[in-house]
Write a new protein. Structure first.
Length: 299
């Protein structure tokens, strides 16, 4: 029953307890992580093509994505607005010119294209493509090992996390409100609540949620998780510049786990350099929570 949990936690912990690596090794780790994202999404596309009654399932996925995205983002937004009122975060006034959101949106489009290519290949029905699920499990183990190494070398100490109270508060609000939104979506769709909680636990980390949710609940839920988390990232890219002017906690919180990597440049440009430490703490905590919560809700 707990084999899935061990598959997730063991490589993550091994990567985290390894000694800190040099700059050259970290560059290799980062490149491998970027490559693994594309490989995992490619295999997910292949698995999606092997679904029975494909057209019906695609419509089902679209409906699931719509409901989960709306419920989770709305819950996040309302909870973060409350936090902004209770704990105001004044702007430093050091914002930079906005970064190219079109370029970042193009990166997200590329990810969708990788899924589409895998899907197209899977439609050929070649028998050897049936091994895609086994290959994705191997990729998952490697991905989590690399993530553990990356978290270990992020430079974040326990003391730094504790001192950055705002980052901890925002991460806590995002985590709780996301779980509430996931549970609400599951009830609306007639799905088990634990499925909704697992869906909400990725906090925007689409490469992780895609493979974990596919392994635990099948390609329909796995594909829903991917597009749900990808939509979160796209929404954050669009909303950050406007929200960071007056509702900085909301702008940061909507980024979820991506605030320590993908959306960090947008946050820095829109909110100033003082946003960066809080964004890294926030993203670090959610990245650490995501695989653990998904595994717990999937058993």
């Amino acid at each position: 029953m707990y084999s899935g949990l061990l598959i997730i936690l063991i490589p993550l912990c091994i990567g985290y307890v390894l000694p800190r690596q040099g700059l050259r090794t970290l560059k290799v780790v980062n490149r491998l992580l970027s490559a693994m994202v594309y490989v995992i999404l490619f295999f997910m596309g292949i698995s999606l093509a092997f679904l029975d009654d494909l057209s019906t399932n695609l419509m089902l996925i679209a409906g699931y994505v719509l409901v989960f995205s709306l419920c989770i983002l709305c819950m996040n937004y309302l909870a973060l607005l409350w936090l902004d009122k209770r704990l105001p975060w004044p702007s430093s006034g050091h914002a930079q010119p906005p970064t190219s959101r079109w370029r970042m949106a193009l990166d997200s489009f590329r990810l969708c294209m990788v899924v589409a290519v895998g899907f197209g290949l899977g439609l050929t029905g070649w028998h050897w493509l049936g091994e895609a699920s086994r290959a994705s499990e191997i990729c998952l183990i490697l991905l989590l090992l690399l993530v553990g190494i990356q978290l270990r070398n992020s430079g974040m100490t326990l003391w730094q996390i504790i001192l950055n109270r705002r980052g901890v508060f925002i991460a806590a609000v995002v985590a709780v409100s996301s779980l509430a939104g996931g549970a609400a979506a599951a009830l609306i769709l007639g799905l088990p609540v634990n499925t909704g909680l697992a869906m909400a636990s990725a906090f925007g980390w689409y490469s992780l949620s895609a493979i974990l949710m596919t392994d635990a609940f099948g390609p329909v839920i796995g594909s829903t998780a991917f597009f749900n988390d990808l939509l979160r990232e796209l929404a954050a890219i669009v909303l950050i510049p406007a929200l960071m002017r007056r509702q900085r906690s909301t702008g940061l919180g909507l980024c979820g786990a991506t605030s320590m990597d993908f959306t960090l440049p947008v946050l820095q440009r829109s909110g100033g350099i003082d946003v960066v430490p809080t964004a890294i703490v926030h993203g670090f905590l959610l990245s650490l929570l995501a695989p653990i919560l998904i595994a717990l809700f999937s058993v």
